[in-house]
Write a protein that binds this ligand. Structure first.
Ligand SMILES: NC(=O)c1ccc[n+]([C@@H]2O[C@H](COP(=O)([O-])OP(=O)(O)OC[C@H]3O[C@@H](n4cnc5c(N)ncnc54)[C@H](O)[C@@H]3O)[C@@H](O)[C@H]2O)c1
Length: 490
């Protein structure tokens, strides 16, 4: 079992702890604050609600979380140390020295620092090669980006290892090729922040108007295409060159005040804090955090459907989660197919629940549809086969809703073949949360030619894979509820 030590369990350390823990790592938290476990609890609760929503495959079982006040105990034998202590260089130096006195020499030491360069962190270190910046974004358990910044002294093999591990956690490691104060992303954020402070100070816009200008417009655009691709598309067919020719000269106009920083007077702080209270004081911070997570999950799941940007990262994580499990297997890989086959194992995502707080009936169909798709892939009717012109089409569906499921619950679907010969495929799915039966779904499908749109024989490979499972399932008892018509009760 892999273990991470989280040094400093505040906003950022807590997010890291949740990301590791929910991806099956054991986590040891070192923080001198006696309230460290109480501080982490709400972050962990938020992460448990939101992170499993991203993928359509369940995350591995959670690791074990422990709290430590002894550094040797916290970092001995660990694979990863993530430093997230306050942003003061002397504190970071003292903490890194203490970490290196006790940790394995080949463990990864990542620093969450927003501003310091890795070479600054490495000053006076026993083994500078082990230290790199791994700069996350809040909430660490949802945001994919980690800016990975080595200095010329950092061991590049260790950097590559760190990037591989970050991918297994569902992160997107972005290697920063040249160390620089504040890395890449925070330099933008500072520019935007400065501009916003001026706009408020000069009475041009309120905090709310500035937020609307972002979230109603370029904020959504940036989330999916970034800056350069957005401008490329704005240039029309002629692309980036045209865009630059058209708008380049505007850069010389005296629009921004970026080089000046407005003075942080009490008056400015009062102005901004007052406007912010007027804007959002009616919501508690925990309400805002829940809304933030709901929105982030929804947006990233939309990108996932398009296999784009942050969504493509989720799909890659999901493919890795399937690998080596029955959820990624081909029927030929399975030695024993005599029991109903696991076709779905996932969390109920935040956007699957309705006004009653439980899974919406349409999502039961979605989960059973996913189970059928997975069964088709298992017998060889996968994307590659479908591209050759054959597929199964669903002709009939019957769902029985037996019990409720709430957001975050892990559901499993097991699939029994009631009949599978020639063009016909008759499946019976049972959905469980633990031992609790939530629903059954019965699907009758026909194999069709995608050219004629008429029923047709499946390929010999599919026939053989299906025959084997159908023969094995012929000995199973007919499940309770199979063949039931709507409204019939036992
Ligand atoms: N807040 C953000 O949005 C954000 C984003 C990315 C990176 N960061 C970086 O992450 C780091 C931590 O920031 P934060 O916002 O989580 O701060 P925070 O104040 O919320 O948390 C810091 C934690 O470190 C603990 N701590 C203090 N001294 C310590 C020591 N000697 N050993 C171990 N723990 C100690 C504190 O008790 C506290 O729990 C900073 O370097 C910051 O630049 C912050």
């Amino acid at each position: 079992m892999t273990t991470a030590a989280i040094i400093g369990g505040g906003v950022i350390g807590g997010g890291w702890a949740a990301r590791f823990l929910l991806n099956g790592w054991n986590v040891r938290v070192f923080d001198p604050d006696p309230e460290a476990d109480a501080k982490l609890a709400p972050v962990l609760a938020q992460a448990r609600r939101a992170l499993p929503s991203l993928t359509d495959v369940a995350l591995p079982p959670e690791g074990v979380l422990t709290f430590h006040s002894d550094m040797a105990e916290a970092v001995s034998g660990v694979d990863w140390i993530q430093e997230s202590v306050p942003e003061r260089l002397e504190i970071k130096h003292a903490v890194l020295a203490s970490v290196q006195a006790h940790c394995p020499p080949d463990a990864i030491i990542g620093s969450s620092t927003s501003g310091f360069k890795p070479s600054e962190l490495q000053q006076g270190a026993a083994r500078p090669g082990q230290i790199m910046v791994c700069h996350p974004f809040n909430p660490v358990y949802l945001m994919p980006l980690i800016e990975v910044v080595p200095s010329p002294q950092t061991d590049l093999a260790l950097v590559e290892k760190a990037e591989g591990i970050l991918r297994t956690l569902g992160h997107f490691p972005l290697r920063v090729r040249k160390e620089i104060d504040a890395h890449i992303a925070d330099r933008f954020l500072e520019a935007v922040w400065r501009e916003a402070l001026w706009l408020v100070k000069d009475g041009v816009a309120t905090t709310e108007e500035i937020d609307e200008a972002i979230r109603m417009g370029f904020g959504i655009r940036w989330a999916q295409m970034g800056l350069f691709d957005t401008y490329r598309t704005a240039g029309g067919e002629a692309g980036m060159r045209h865009f630059m020719a058209q708008f380049g000269p505007a850069l010389k106009w005296p629009w921004t005040k970026l080089m000046d920083v407005p003075e942080f007077t009490d008056e400015l702080v009062d102005l901004i804090a007052g406007q912010s209270d007027a804007q959002s004081g009616h919501m508690s911070i925990s309400q805002m955090l829940a809304a933030r997570d709901d929105n982030l999950v929804g947006m990233m799941r939309a990108l996932k459907a398009n296999n784009w940007g942050a969504g493509a990262v989720i799909n890659a994580h999901e493919a890795a989660l399937r690998e080596g499990t029955v959820l990624g297997a081909h029927a030929g890989d399975l030695e024993d197919v005599s029991a109903p086959i696991l076709t779905v194992r996932r969390a109920v995502p935040l956007d699957w629940t309705d006004y009653n707080g439980h899974m919406n009936e349409a999502r039961y169909l979605q989960a059973f549809g996913d189970a059928t798709d997975r069964f088709m892939a298992l017998i060889g009717c996968d994307a590659e086969y479908i591209a050759t012109g054959g597929s199964y089409f669903t002709a009939e569906t019957h769902i029985r809703h037996v019990d409720e499921a709430l957001a975050g619950a892990t559901i499993e679907v097991r699939t029994q073949v009631l009949a599978g010969a020639g063009k016909k495929l008759h499946l019976f799915h049972e959905m469980f949360e633990g031992d609790r039966l939530l629903a059954t779904g019965e699907h009758f499908l026909l194999h069709v030619s995608l050219e004629t749109r008429r029923p047709s024989e499946p390929s010999p490979a599919i026939v053989a894979a299906l025959d084997r499972i159908a023969a094995a399932h012929a000995d199973l008892p007919t499940p309770e509820g199979a063949g039931r018509a709507v409204g019939q009760r036992p």
